[in-house]
Design a protein around this ligand. Structure first.
Ligand code: BES
Ligand code: MN
Ligand code: ZN
Length: 493
């Protein structure tokens, strides 16, 4: 996909598709495609296309000569357009556009750039993000490949907005390309996307973006005494990997932000085996790792002046004669012992050692991202990721970034009163806390390994992918949220 920015001063209608926005009074909101925004022409197009009255509905129609197509999009209350509305508007347009056959499309964004408080940079950022998101194709392993469409999108803007538009375009593209990497990794079958494979992806990111990388194998992980992480890997023939990827573009004195991603490349549950129905979906249990790698791609591409470290513990969770058993007690890198009561609560077992490893950076903050609990899906469904934190300000900062980026998250409690649910008669703690408050007790478990720094935990079990049906696949969330958070950090808080 190619993006072009043209100033309205030299507008020309060379594209085979013209996108126009129509308000609730059937007025045209952007003049591209019609030399004279002629009421009769617009009325005809609306009639021909059967454009609905519903906000953000889209429809297509040909003009009288038949050589141009118009994609009409409804915005009922343009003056009230907010982040959510703008995203819906662009998403519906690009979703529709992605089903059409065309070489280039044109849209005029002038009015949007000046309409509301969002500003031209944000409008163009969402535009680029939405286009790349909706034209994403799964890099499937089908033997007949569908050819990738190479289309051109031209946006028109008044000259005075061009600098803002250019930076919006660069940012939007970098975010979308990061999110598309996240989708690619998530969608890859688990026999392709192994811990070793994630390691090679990290190495490639490091090479392309001048980052530092280490991919530790089993012997090195043993040396670090990550007994909890290693216990999960015991049932698998795939070697566990611990990935360390460092983007060090901030001042030397700037404390780093550490991102930790759960990298279970397949979660069968281990000896506490999961039921068979939809078990294939547990290939997405590396969604946290994929998110972290996607975000690293985005910030690498943008050369953000920050110090950001990505840590990814990665392995499979499978049943085997050698696998860890319910009742086993393991010793984590922190020295704390854990009674494993359910081998299917494995995410926290690999994350806790990564959280201890993070201490060596004296970090500003540590944020872990994980498809951690089914209970989170019960609590929040597929709309919001859950945020837990030992620092309220950090939670607020993440949630605000999610609002702005249209990638929402919700603050969950992490009260001390929940901690006793993890008590064990045989070790410092158990790895599960029973059915009640399942996503909270998982976060409580992690909090015991994150006492030395500001820490937040994002449970993305409900947001990282879409189950079943036509849209089945990875969503690329919450790359948008984290990218926004990090962009804000470059501006100071
Ligand atoms: N990867 C799963 C969590 C999950 C389940 C994500 C369903 C998305 C959809 C995690 O490892 C897991 O199995 N968690 C258990 C924990 C339980 C045993 C305490 C769960 O949620 O059932
Ligand atoms: Mn599990
Ligand atoms: Zn899991």
């Amino acid at each position: 996909m190619k993006f072009e920015i043209a100033s309205t001063e030299k507008i020309s209608y060379s594209s085979d598709i013209i996108i126009i926005a129509i308000d609730n009074k059937n007025n045209l909101m952007n003049a591209v495609g019609l030399a004279q925004p002629d009421e009769v022409i617009i009325k005809n197009l609306i009639k021909k296309s059967h454009l609905g009255k519903k906000d953000f509905s889209t429809a297509v129609a040909n003009d009288t000569s038949g050589d141009k197509q118009f994609l009409l999009a409804r915005i009922n209350k343009p003056e009230q357009l907010d982040v959510k509305g703008l995203n819906k508007f662009f998403n519906n347009i690009f979703q529709h556009l992605s089903t059409l056959n065309f070489k280039s499309a044109q849209i005029c964004l002038c009015k949007f750039a000046s309409l509301n408080e969002l500003g031209a940079e944000t409008v163009v950022k969402f535009y680029a993000r939405s286009a790349l998101h909706n034209f994403y194709k799964i890099n499937s392993v089908k033997s007949s490949k569908s050819s990738q469409s190479s289309v051109k999108l031209i946006m028109h803007l008044n000259k005075k907005y061009l600098p803002q538009a250019k930076s919006g375009l660069v940012i939007g593209q970098a975010i979308a390309e990061g999110a598309n990497l996240t989708k690619d990794l998530g969608n890859l079958p688990p026999n392709y996307c192994t811990p070793t494979y994630l390691g090679t992806v990290a190495k490639k990111l490091a090479k392309d973006n001048a980052m530092k990388v280490k991919v530790l194998g089993k012997a090195e992980i043993e040396k670090l005494k990550m007994g909890s992480f290693l216990s999960v890997a015991k049932g698998s023939r795939e070697e566990p990997k611990f990935i360390v990827l460092e983007h060090l573009k901030g001042k030397k004195t700037q404390k780093p932000l550490v991102l930790v991603g759960k990298g279970i490349t397949f979660d069968a549950g281990g000896i506490s085996l999961k039921p068979g129905l939809n078990m294939d979906e547990m290939k997405w249990d590396m969604g946290g790792a994929a998110t972290v790698l996607g975000v690293m791609k985005t910030i690498g591409q943008l050369k953000l002046p920050l110090n950001v470290i990505a840590l990814i513990p990665s392995c499979e969770n499978l049943p085997d004669g050698m696998a860890v058993k319910p009742g086993d007690v393991v010793t984590s890198m922190s020295g704390q012992t854990i009674e494993i009561l359910n081998t299917d609560a494995e995410g926290r077992l690999i994350l806790c050692d990564a959280l201890t490893y993070a201490e060596r950076y004296s970090p500003d903050s540590v944020i872990d991202v994980a498809t951690l609990t089914g209970a989170c899906v019960i609590a929040l469904g597929h709309e919001a990721s859950a945020v837990f934190s030992n620092t309220d300000d950090l939670a607020k900062e993440l949630i605000l970034a999610g609002e702005v980026a249209n990638d929402r998250a919700w603050h969950m409690p992490l009260w001390d009163e929940y901690q006793p649910l993890l008590e064990s008669n045989f070790a410092d703690m158990a790895n599960i806390g029973g059915r009640a408050a399942g996503s909270i007790t998982a976060a409580c478990f992690l909090s015991r390994f994150a006492k030395k720094y500001n820490w937040a935990h994002l449970d993305i079990a409900g947001t990282a992918w879409i189950s079943g049906g036509k849209a089945k696949g990875s969503t690329g969330r919450p790359v948008n949220l984290l990218a926004e958070f990090l962009l804000n950090r470059t501006k100071g808080k």
